[in-house]
Each structure stands twice: as structure tokens, then as C-alpha cells.
Design a protein around this ligand. Sequence first.
Ligand code: SAM
Length: 401
Amino acid sequence: MAIDARGRWLTLADEALRSGAFVRLSLAAPGSGEPDLRRVRLRPVTLQSGLLTQWVWEFATRDVTKNLNLEETLIRLRDLVGTSFRTAHLVTTGQTAELDLRHKPKLKVSAVSTPPADGAHDRGKTRIVDQYRPWLHSLGVTTTDGRVCRGMEPKFRQIHRFVELLEPLVEAAGIVGSSPASDGSDALHLVDMGCGKGYLTFAAHEHLRTTTGRPVRTLGVEARAELVAATNGIAVASGCTGLEFVAGAIAGTPIPRTDILVALHACDTATDDALAVGIAAGASLLVVAPCCHREIRPQLVAPPVLAETLRQGIFRERHAEFVTDALRAALLETAGYETRVFEFISPEHTAKNLMIAAVKRAHSDRDKCLQRVRELARFYGIRRQQLAHRLEISLEEPDIT
Ligand SMILES: C[S@@+](CC[C@H](N)C(=O)[O-])C[C@H]1O[C@@H](n2cnc3c(N)ncnc32)[C@H](O)[C@@H]1O
């Protein structure tokens, strides 16, 4: 009898998974071998590699997530149902099947109509960020079943957009498929300066790990110790190996040799400190989204033709932002990088939407770049800028008399 009920349930699961009618299933009532294990939940998920089944193993204090293909899923179900788990609940678009092997084996099949699962009906769509990742849930972005929490849609879009734009930059920097690091390891090193709650750190770490095929070592640097404790806890609980957060100041935290350095919305000159640290660490790719441009504004001397216009506070503020970021881009060119400045996300989501990406290049005309930096600084009367200061670049023309 036990074989009949179990065998019939497995057949229904097999048919649902193969036909696309599968919505979700759960295995519960675990045996005594794993005291911390509560249950396992499965649902379809569409990733770059195609349609897979996501397995979420729920333990007392953490979730472990794994995506398996169809054949692996069927094999695992055969192994687990009736041995490791004594109940199994299958939901398809047309029926539910509840298997209970705790006492006398029972199978209850009911005709119930359920909408297709989110992950199943958009097979053609590529999702760069897997919404079912446990860290996204722990950071409060998604629910346990992979839906974006109400109010967190802009944050999810920002995470998604960041990963989307990181991909071509990593490629342009020649990081994918590049030769092993000078320390002999194959690991790719990423540093996120002023990482805050770590949304973008987790996303970048995971994305690089899955797309480059190399081990990734990521360091998040953040001034607020309580955020660091929280993000380290989430990294461990979510099984994000190679991801670590440290408490410290951007300017004063030692970092290892680095391939990629990002600093998103670090305040005022912290962006310059991060860029200087990344350049010193030999980063092939620097990505910053500046914010709070306070350093340049009081120094700004309006060129005569702009003087009247820049009496308007808002124009003056925007102009200071422009001059700051234009100087940063030119200084990065002077330091041997090719820079790109673009919009990170639509201004409807946040005003802090400018991004500067710098890719290290083999050759650069330093003198020409330096001249451009100095002309720009002179035009606006700028005498001090933090990145120039950190790079020991004088903004003044050398005295040739
Ligand atoms: C606006 S949040 C951005 C967080 C994250 N990078 C993002 O974009 O989601 C800026 C973070 O940078 C941190 N921060 C600012 N200046 C810093 C500094 N000099 N050293 C370390 N952390 C800093 C702040 O504590 C804050 O958590």
C-alpha cells in the first residue's frame, strides 16, 4: 500500500514537472536524522541557464537554497519521499496531491485550479538576479517564496540594474577569463566601499561567482559596525562563501590586491577616497555612484558668462556636481583609466543616479589628461579636490618662469 500511495504521488509529481503544470511542492515531517531540518519547498524558477526547480531547505535557523534541473529533481524526490520526509504536498495548475506516510499511507488528490507559478510562465525571460536567493529575503527585499516585498520594488530594480550594468564593464575590463591572480590563486577580488546594508555587495558577489566561473573574494567596508554585524550574519546564514564585511573608514581600511572596487552613494569625498584606494590596489575596474558633492561648491568661481546664472542656488548646486564629477573622470583618465559616465537608474527612483565607471587601460597620455584636469580646475577656480589630493596631483599649472 505504501508503495502504491508513494509511487502514485511520485508519478503525479513527475507528470507535473514535465508538463509545466507544476506550481509548487513541499516535503515535511522529516525523519530523526536531521533534528534541525523543518521542511523543503520546491518551485519552478527561470534563470539564465533555463527553467530549473528551486529547492529551499528550511533549517531551524537558516535556509539553504539550491537549483536543480528536471532529472536531478526527479531523482532527489525519489530518494527523499518516504525516507527523509514522511509527508509531501504537491500543487499543480489542476490539482493538489497530499501524501501522508506517517501512519497508514494515505494519498488525497483533489481537483483544485491554481494559477501557474511566476517562475514557470515566463520561460523566455532572463532574470539576472534570482529572487529566491536567501540573502535577498534576509535583507528584507523578498518574501520567503521569492516575491518582492511591498515597498521594496525600487530597491530590487536598483539591485537588478546594478548587476545588469556590471556585466559589460567586467567584460570590458578583461576580468572574465583573465589569468590567475599574482598571488597564485584563481580568485577574483571585489571590494565594496561604504556598502551599507550590503544589497549591492551581495548581488555583485553572487553574480560574479556565477558568471565568471572563478572563486570570488568580496570585502564590504562600512563605517557602521551594527550593519557589518548584520551583513556578516546574513552572509554566513545564506552560505555566501568568500563574502565578508569589515567595520572601518574607507580611507583607512587596508584592502588586498583588488580586481574591482565599487563605492555606491558614499558621502561627499568618501567617493574620492574609495577611488584612490582602488587605484592603489591595482583595480582593473572602478565603479562609483557619487553623492553629496560638498567639497567643490564653496570653491566654485563662476566664469563671467555663467556668473548671473549661477546665482540661482539650484543651478549652482548642479553645476558643482557636474564640475566635481567631470574632474573625477578626468583625474581617473590621468591615472590610466578609460572612464564612462552614465545614468545608473532612472531619476524617477532617486536623484543620486550618476555613475562613473573606469576601466584600466594599457596606455594613456598622462600629460594630455593632466592638462585637461588643470584647465578645467582653472576655469572654475578650483584649488583643491580630494581625488587629486590623494593622487598627489596639483591642480595648479606648474610655474614655468
Ligand atoms: C547611502 S549609503 C549607501 C550604501 C550602499 N553603498 C548602497 O548604495 O546601497 C552610504 C553608506 O556609506 C557609509 N559611509 C559613508 N562614508 C563612509 C566612510 N568614509 N567610510 C566607511 N563608510 C562610509 C555610510 O555609513 C552608509 O552606510
